[in-house]
Design a protein around this ligand. Structure first.
Ligand code: SF4
Length: 246
């Protein structure tokens, strides 16, 4: 019997509230400005790589004013090992300039204000709003998108925005910001893109993808067994016919 969506969400929240009550971002930062830099840099790159470059970057640019006064060429030298360093260097300087000129050097809390800065799309803005301000926003990255769809927390959702809407609609409002980390961490360490570790996954019993895989495997096995049986009956018939004297 398939599980009701409401029940699926309840199980998901109960499990992670108990086993990962303090999930948080793996990016290193000590204030909102540093997190904003780290999240902009982390697009299409690993948190591990970002954490390698940010200590020197934060030391050189401790404030929005310092970063805004720099050039993208100089910033580039600190971030050359991350993906798309040219664009990201420009985004960082542009972001700092807007912070200084429009937001009194304070990271804004609203998603729409955050999106006014270069390099800050909906996903980045949602991360900042939820991590810094505990806003009930859901940033949907590749892990969140995959895990939500596989588990059945979202259905027929083909875009990150559709997944975001379904998750924010169905999760308890006070759990939305932490659920973002639960989904990311689960996707990063267990529900891997190519080879999900389903046998070790504590929620496999309620996972749609897992149920489907098992049904498919069982069906394939049954089909092969039926095929083998058919072949053996056929062979027996041929042998019998061959024994009949002409
Ligand atoms: S059972 Fe497999 S596919 Fe489902 S959530 Fe767990 S790891 Fe992912």
């Amino acid at each position: 019997m398939s599980m009701l969506k409401k029940e699926r969400y309840r199980v998901f929240v109960d499990y992670f509230s108990t086993h990962q009550p303090h999930a948080e971002t793996e990016l290193h930062y000590s204030n909102p400005f540093e997190l904003l830099i780290a999240v902009i840099l982390s697009a299409q790159c690993t948190d591990k790589r970002i954490n390698q470059v940010t200590p020197k970057l934060f030391e050189r640019y401790p404030s929005p004013e310092a970063l805004a006064a720099s050039t993208s060429d100089e910033v580039f030298t600190y971030i050359r090992s991350v993906s798309y360093p040219n664009n990201k260097a420009k985004h960082l300087v542009g972001m700092a300039t807007i912070l200084v000129n429009e937001f009194k050097s304070e990271v804004p809390s609203s998603v729409s204000d955050l999106q006014k800065m270069p390099g800050v799309g909906r996903k980045t803005a949602n991360v900042i709003a939820s991590v810094i301000f505990q806003a009930p926003t859901m940033a949907v990255d590749t892990h969140v998108f995959r895990v939500a769809n596989r588990m059945g927390l979202s259905s027929k959702a083909t875009t990150p925005l559709a997944v975001e809407k379904q998750l924010t609609k169905n999760l308890p409002i006070d759990k939305i910001h932490i659920a973002h980390h639960w989904l990311i961490l689960h996707g990063r360490y267990t529900c891997l893109a190519r080879t999900p570790k389903c046998e070790q996954c504590p929620l496999n019993w309620m996972c749609k993808y897992y149920a489907h895989q098992h049904t498919t495997t069982a069906l394939l096995k049954a089909e092969k067994a039926a095929e083998r049986k058919k072949m053996s009956v056929k062979k027996k018939k041929i042998r019998k016919t061959a024994r009949i004297p002409q």
